[in-house]
Design a protein around this ligand. Structure first.
Ligand code: F6P
Ligand code: MN
Length: 316
């Protein structure tokens, strides 16, 4: 006789996937597990808090919501408790924060990307990159040893890579991340596009041309205004392109190299996608400031390369 109370088999937890399939070093596996626990608290906080303004702004000048501050605190607590993190840097804090002296890893994160969309009940997420060693300045996103994001939408999902494929997990009702899709791939050809910082069309004729080319070619627009949700659409559909290109208001686009573009580029490249700043790989960009912004064009190889060519050609 079967019981309703047994978990369905086969089911693969995040921990067992890290351990058995991805062959992750123990300390890194523990750290990713600790970060995934932080994400469960954030998921719960989103569902239960009222989400007003906290009254401050972060180092990029964005208004901070109570949820931004709370998510940041939840991350800090879990990273501190792990004893595996020597320092961390958050989009919500100006400086790096020192934790356990001799620990092996530095963690960079955007605790709640797209948080201003929470009152609209849109999907929002946390983005994380992990480096070995203490310094972030002078490094490149290609030096990350792992990256992950958690998307709090109709379902809470976690996507990670340690350089061994990109894998997706679904948070179940008892609070465990269970394998949903393994080895996610991004095809070379895009059918969907997700165009950010469109205010730049008014003074960046090259971006205007790229956008109108997408309209003319009848690609399908999918844009929510939360980077991690919009980039996740590419992973979920296995194709697509996301762009955030500069104009006079944000010459380097709106997004941050360390907290947003670096980790998502690590994941996209591990899924066979491409991520460029218009000229070079995001993964090859040197970090000169923790909060530096960068343009990003990420997703299906053929479309990303075509767009970068268009952005260059029309400027000459
Ligand atoms: O963190 C900045 C952010 O909220 C991203 O999540 C998002 O992609 C971007 O801003 C949206 O910018 P815009 O609406 O100007 O395209
Ligand atoms: Mn963000």
């Amino acid at each position: 006789m079967t019981s309703n109370h047994c978990p369905p088999t086969p089911r693969v937890s995040l921990n067992s996937h890290l351990f058995q399939s991805a062959n992750t070093p123990d300390e890194l596996r523990h750290l990713i597990n600790d970060i995934s626990r932080a994400a469960k608290y954030i998921s719960y906080a989103i569902q239960t808090s009222e989400g007003g303004l906290a009254g401050g702004s972060n180092s990029s000048g964005d208004d901070q919501l109570e949820l931004d501050v709370l998510s940041n605190t939840i991350f800090e607590q879990h990273l501190n408790e792990s004893n595996l993190v020597c320092c961390y840097s958050s989009e919500e804090q100006k400086e790096m924060v020192e934790l356990s002296d001799d620990a092996k890893y530095s963690v960079v994160f955007d605790p709640l990307d797209g948080s201003s969309l929470v009152d609209a009940n849109f999907a929002i997420g946390s983005i994380v990159g992990i480096y070995e060693g203490r310094e972030i300045i002078g490094r490149k996103p290609s030096e990350q040893v792992a990256a992950l994001y958690v998307l709090y939408g109709p379902r809470t999902i976690l996507i990670y890579s340690t350089g061994n494929g990109v894998h997706e997990f679904l948070l179940n009702d008892v609070g465990e991340f269970i394998l949903f899709r393994e080895n996610i791939g991004i095809a070379d050809k895009a059918k969907n596009y997700s165009a950010g910082n469109l205010r730049a069309l008014s003074d960046n004729p090259k971006y205007d041309e790229v956008f109108h080319d997408w309209l003319k070619r009848e690609l399908t627009l999918r844009y929510s205004g939360c980077m991690v949700a919009d980039v996740h659409h590419i992973f979920a559909k296995g194709q697509g392109i996301f762009s955030n290109v500069g104009g006079s208001k944000y010459p380097d686009g709106k997004l941050r190299l360390v907290y947003e573009c670096g980790p998502l580029s690590f994941l996209a490249e591990n899924a066979g996608g491409v991520s460029l700043d218009g000229n070079i790989r995001i993964m090859d960009k040197e970090i000169t400031d923790l909060h530096q912004r960068t343009q990003i064009i990420i997703g299906s190889k053929n479309e990303v390369e075509k767009v970068c060519k268009q952005l260059k050609e029309t400027s000459e």
